[in-house]
Design a protein around this ligand. Structure first.
Ligand code: BG6
Length: 484
């Protein structure tokens, strides 16, 4: 058998993309609640989709409807979690990766005491998972920090956020520690650089006395420190707990063997890995420090910060993998989309409906590379394909393209495990259709379970099993031996 006997098969979701109920039971506004629907995604310009200004935020705050803010309604997991978890159990899930919305516990982020209704809700969710012996993996921060902290402090630029996040984390450890062994601090921490508002609450027009770029690196530093302190607290408060860090694995190839292309791709990979280096190896890589120096960016650090990073490294490395990309010195080459990044089109690879290039071997390469570099247990906490699905009249979805994508990726994963990579789980993104992080579309469907809802919120919200539902059930049943 290739995969460990207790391999964690399952799926991954995030509170802001599924729960809805944005103003229910005392929940405060999060950065996700002001993310608007972007129907016409121009894959040639991602930055346009991630630029947010104070004016955009104010407009969103004054609009109390959900129509153009789909994350406010999600797929109503808040009220339908029992049924959804039952469906995950039917597929045989051994784990579910989910996040806790910070704003359900601390609506503005600064309350003295947590909101009891928020705590009660997550306890019910964890009870339901326990009923089906589904091990939760909990992300503490998945693109859903309190909006108030962005408004007041320009997000993670301010050191105050470290204290507030640690307070939130401690409440989670104390309240949910009896249910949760596996934790993750920040979803794709490296994404602060790609979408500073979504990941760290930074608004460019609020950067006064410092540049946007300085804000990004300072916020990253604060998140690393907060992650280190949270790791320490987690170990103290929950015996046997495991705290991971998470990386968007953006595997980059040289577009040709031109040394200039090779150098560009090396730089991209070094940049990507630096975020895991800091959290797994516990120190800033020398090249990262030099880069900051060249850019004239001086991080504001407290005397104990480096020690904290060194002494509280992650127990495991979690990562998402959707696609690979290439770099080329030739700027005239056709570009291709990816997960909030662009690259140069790889002529050897097909693409999804959203233009992300499908590269199963890239997953094997990523696993080998990460295991060789870090030598800690790995888990793939996101992998999947956003596609346009069609619900037939008899309520079926024949998603052979999704099965093919997942099958090929699991096959590569298997080969990496056979070569000695210590991989302990796989949670595909996402087990059920949900609202897209980047475009707020639900028509970009990822699930094994179809949700009858369109981008504007029309539909019954009924759940239907796609063909991939039965396929994944079989994969889990056979511990990855039968891929179909
Ligand atoms: C990951 C995020 O990077 O990509 C998820 O952690 C997100 O939140 C996923 O949903 C897929 O991206 P998108 O934009 O298609 O939803």
């Amino acid at each position: 058998m290739s995969f460990k006997e207790n391999f964690l098969w399952g799926g991954a979701i995030a509170a802001n993309q599924v729960e809805g109920a944005w103003d229910v039971d005392g929940k405060g506004l999060s950065v996700a609640d002001v993310a608007s629907y972007k129907p016409k995604v121009d894959v040639k310009d991602y930055s346009a989709h991630h630029t947010i200004t104070t004016a955009i935020i104010e407009k969103a705050k004054s609009d109390k409807t959900t129509e153009y803010y789909p994350k406010r309604r999600g797929i109503d997991f808040y009220h339908r979690y029992e049924e959804d978890i039952e469906l995950f159990a039917e597929m045989g899930f051994r784990t579910l990766r989910l996040s806790i919305a910070w704003t359900r516990l601390f609506p503005t982020g600064e309350e003295e005491k947590p909101n009891q209704l928020g705590i009660d809700y997550y306890k019910k969710v964890f009870e339901q998972l326990k009923k089906y012996k589904i091990e939760p993996i909990v992300t503490l921060s998945h693109y859903e920090m309190p909006l108030e902290l962005s408004d007041k402090y320009n997000g993670w630029v301010d050191r105050k956020l470290v204290e507030l996040f640690v307070k939130f984390s401690e409440v989670c450890f104390k309240e949910f520690g009896e249910y949760v062994k596996y934790w993750l601090t920040f979803n794709e921490v490296d994404s602060v650089g790609r979408h500073p508002f979504t990941t760290a609450g930074i608004v460019e027009d609020k950067c006064e006395g410092y540049s946007y770029e300085e804000a990004i690196y300072q916020a990253l530093h604060h998140q690393y420190v907060a992650a280190a302190i949270a790791t320490k607290k987690c170990h103290e408060l929950i015996p046997g707990s495991q705290m991971g860090c998470m990386l968007t694995k953006l595997t980059t190839y040289p577009n040709t063997c031109n040394p200039e292309d090779v150098l560009l791709s090396l730089n991209s990979n070094l940049d990507n890995h630096s975020h895991a280096d800091i959290q797994v190896l516990g120190e800033y890589p020398p090249l990262y420090k030099k880069y900051l120096e060249i850019k004239g960016i001086e991080l504001k650090k407290e005397p104990n910060d480096d020690k904290l990073l060194k002494e509280n490294t992650a127990d495991y490395l979690a990562f998402s993998y959707y696609m690979s990309r290439t770099e080329s010195a030739d700027t005239s080459k056709e570009r291709a989309a990816g997960n909030t990044v662009m690259g140069v089109k790889n002529p050897y690879l097909p693409s999804t409906d959203w233009g992300w290039q499908i590269d199963p071997i890239g997953l094997k390469i990523s696993l080998l590379e990460l295991y060789d570099r870090y030598r800690v247990p790995l888990i793939i906490v996101e992998n999947g394909m956003g596609a346009k699905d069609e619900l037939t009249e008899d309520k079926k979805v024949h998603d052979d393209y999704r099965i093919s994508y997942l099958k090929q990726h699991i096959q590569q994963m298997k080969e990496a495990v056979e070569l000695g990579v210590d991989l302990f789980g796989y949670t595909s993104w996402a087990p059920i259709d949900l609202v897209s992080a980047s475009t707020s579309q639900i028509s970009k469907r990822y699930g094994y379970i179809y949700v009858d809802q369109d981008d504007l919120g029309n539909g019954t919200q009924e759940r239907y099993k796609k063909d991939s539902f039965y396929w994944y059930k079989k994969v889990i049943e056979t511990n990855g031996e039968e891929l179909g």
